[in-house]
Design a protein around this ligand. Structure first.
Ligand code: ZN
Ligand code: ZN
Length: 309
């Protein structure tokens, strides 16, 4: 494999709109950094802030982009948006023996029978997933971790969904005010589903919606969106469909991204690590592990806010 070159990475997925944007920025004398965003010299020292809706999204679909920003000299902050409550993960880890992963389970002899709460906030799931997230953040080498600790109300009633979006908006607004010139990186929630025929992940969509409203009010500039679910939704040759930028992750960065992914497949109860991530989205984690690319979007002009069906 030839050494990845950033310009190739950008041109591979450049849309017509991006070409026009690039031309405009070049004419104005502002450097264009492709997936890095449109940072001016003044903003070069401002952080790039990445918002991971759950514990695992940063490892699956953002780590390479984070490392690209670090390599460009930007401080990188990683935000965990939701608490990551998930009764399904508790059920999988309560099993005796593991029926979810079978031979792939890294628990000794595939036995866990943890007795974790499956309802009412799933405290053990939240705690275990967050330990994995912190290990992943360390492997990537982010400069700061920020935990919004928002209860994930994206799947509640329509008004609970709206309130959740507004809570994210408020927290992101605080960061935008505290760090002028920062760029903001969300998940491409309008695309994030394992099957294009199914509804999108409501938590991811809520994060995109929050970004959309803030952009509309001029409160956020320099915003990008990483497509997380593409690794499971599409075969390898289809994953870049529609992406404005494709990040080709160099081997040294891929090594760190893989270490981040493995944080979600580590069984070490002494460190509060129970392979919770792997008992949630093993296929996505494995596909991302084997694909040295990430897929970055700008906000579509036809963007529609709301959870959808
Ligand atoms: Zn997620
Ligand atoms: Zn298991």
């Amino acid at each position: 494999m030839s050494a990845p070159h950033h310009d190739d990475a950008v041109s591979a997925g450049l849309s017509r709109r991006s070409v026009l944007t690039a031309a405009g920025l070049t004419a104005a004398g502002v450097a264009l950094h492709g997936s890095l965003g449109t940072s001016s010299a003044a903003a070069a020292t401002a952080p790039a802030i990445f918002y991971s809706p759950h514990q695992d999204d940063e490892a699956i679909g953002m780590a390479g982009t984070i490392l690209e920003h670090k390599a460009a000299g930007r401080p990188v902050y990683l935000v965990l948006v939701s608490k990551g409550e998930n009764g399904g993960i508790a059920e999988n880890l309560n099993a005796f023996p593991c029926t979810y992963l079978g031979e792939k389970c890294s628990a000794p002899n595939h036995y866990h029978e943890l007795g974790w709460q499956t309802k009412q906030g799933t405290p053990e799931v939240v705690s275990g997933r967050t330990s994995e997230f912190m290990l992943s953040a360390k492997a990537i080498g982010v400069d700061k971790v920020i935990n919004f600790k928002l209860p994930d109300d994206a799947y509640g009633t329509p008004s609970e969904y709206t309130a959740f979006v507004n809570k994210i908006r408020g927290k992101v607004r605080e960061l935008a005010e505290r760090y002028p010139g920062a760029s903001h990186k969300f998940t491409a929630g309008w695309l994030d589903t394992t099957n294009p025929q199914w509804p999108t992940n409501a938590t991811h969509k809520a994060c995109s919606d929050a970004a959309y409203f803030l952009m509309k009010n001029g409160e956020l500039k320099d915003v990008r969106f990483n497509h997380i679910y593409t690794y499971e939704a599409f075969s390898r040759d289809q994953r870049d469909r529609g992406a404005d930028y494709v990040v080709h992750i160099p081997p040294a960065h891929m090594k760190k991204k893989r270490a981040a992914i493995l944080a979600y497949n580590t069984w070490d109860p002494s460190r509060n690590l129970y392979t919770a991530g792997y008992h949630s989205v093993p296929t996505m984690l494995e596909e991302a592990y084997n694909d040295p690319r990430e897929f970055v979007y700008e906000l579509p002009s036809h963007y529609k806010a709301g959870r959808g069906k």
